[in-house]
Design a protein around this ligand. Structure first.
Ligand SMILES: Cc1cc2nc3c(=O)[nH]c(=O)nc-3n(C[C@H](O)[C@H](O)[C@H](O)COP(=O)(O)O)c2cc1C
Length: 215
C-alpha cells in the first residue's frame, strides 16, 4: 500500500507576526491569538491542544486535551492523575503543549513543567461539570485495559443509583495540572515557506527573551 502526498501543498497568506506587534509577555500574545481564533468562528474547539509527555517506556506520547484556564502563571487542563500521562508527569513533569489553529495558519508550542493544582481548584471545576461527566470521570480508570464497553456502561449505572439525589464527589485520582511555561513559540504561516516564528524563553530573572527563529 502506498500513497504519495508530495503534491499536498498550501500557501499560507492570512497573517503575519512581527516584533513591533508583540508585548513583553507571551501570555498576552497567547490571549490575543486565542481571542482572534475564537472570533474567527472557524475552529471547533479553540481550546483543544496536544500534550506530549515522556512516558515510563522512554517514548514521547502526545494526545489531545482541553485547555480549561490560562493565566500569567500558565495553562490548566484536567485529567486522571493515574492515567498514562499522569504517571508520565509524575516521573518527568517536563511536558510540551501545542495548539494548531489550521484555519488561522497558526501554531503555538509551549514547553514547561506540569504540577497538580490545588484540591480546591480541582473541586471547583469538578463541581461545575454535568453529572454525566462527573460519573464518567469516576468510572474510567483512564488508560487501563478493560474487558468491554459494558464495564463503563454498567459502572455508570451503578454509580447513578449510588449517587441518586446526592452530590457526586470528585475522586482524588482526578484533577487539574498547571503547566508553567519556560518557552512559548508562536508560528504564523507565511508565503513561500518564509513563516514567522517568534520564541519567548524564560530567563533566570523571570524576564522573557524574545527571538525570531528561521522557519
Ligand atoms: C477533543 C479531545 C478532547 C479531549 N480532552 C481531554 C481532557 O481534557 N482530559 C483528558 O484526560 N483527556 C482528554 N481527551 C482524551 C485524551 O486524548 C486521551 O485519550 C486520554 O487523556 C488518555 O490519554 P493517556 O492514556 O495518554 O493518559 C480528549 C480527546 C480529544 C480528541
Amino acid at each position: 500500500m502506498e500513497k504519495d502526498l508530495g503534491n499536498y501543498r498550501k500557501s499560507y497568506e492570512k497573517s503575519a507576526l512581527m516584533e513591533d506587534a508583540i508585548s513583553d509577555n507571551p501570555m498576552e500574545l497567547f490571549q490575543k491569538w486565542f481571542y482572534e481564533v475564537e472570533a474567527s468562528n472557524t475552529v471547533d474547539e479553540t481550546n483543544s491542544m496536544t500534550i506530549a509527555t515522556i512516558g515510563l517506556d522512554g517514548y514521547p506520547k502526545s494526545r489531545v486535551v482541553l485547555l480549561k484556564r490560562y493565566t500569567y502563571e500558565g495553562f490548566i487542563f484536567y485529567t486522571n492523575y493515574e492515567s498514562e500521562k499522569g504517571k508520565a508527569i509524575e516521573a518527568n513533569p517536563k511536558v510540551c503543549l501545542s495548539f494548531f489553529w489550521h484555519s488561522m495558519e497558526r501554531q503555538v508550542i509551549i514547553k514547561g513543567t506540569a504540577e497538580k493544582i490545588s484540591e480546591n481548584l480541582s473541586d471547583g471545576y469538578f463541581e461545575s461539570r454535568p453529572d454525566g461527566s462527573k460519573l464518567g470521570a469516576i468510572v474510567s480508570n483512564q488508560s487501563e485495559v478493560i474487558a468491554s464497553r459494558d464495564v463503563l456502561e454498567d459502572g455508570v449505572k451503578a454509580l447513578e443509583a449510588k449517587y441518586k439525589g446526592k452530590e457526586i464527589p470528585r475522586p482524588d485520582y482526578w484533577g487539574g495540572y498547571l503547566v508553567r511555561p519556560i518557552s512559548i513559540e508562536f508560528w504564523q504561516g507565511r508565503p513561500n515557506r518564509l513563516h514567522d516564528r517568534i520564541r519567548f524563553a524564560l530567563q533566570e530573572d523571570f524576564d522573557w527573551k524574545i527571538e525570531r527563529l528561521a522557519p
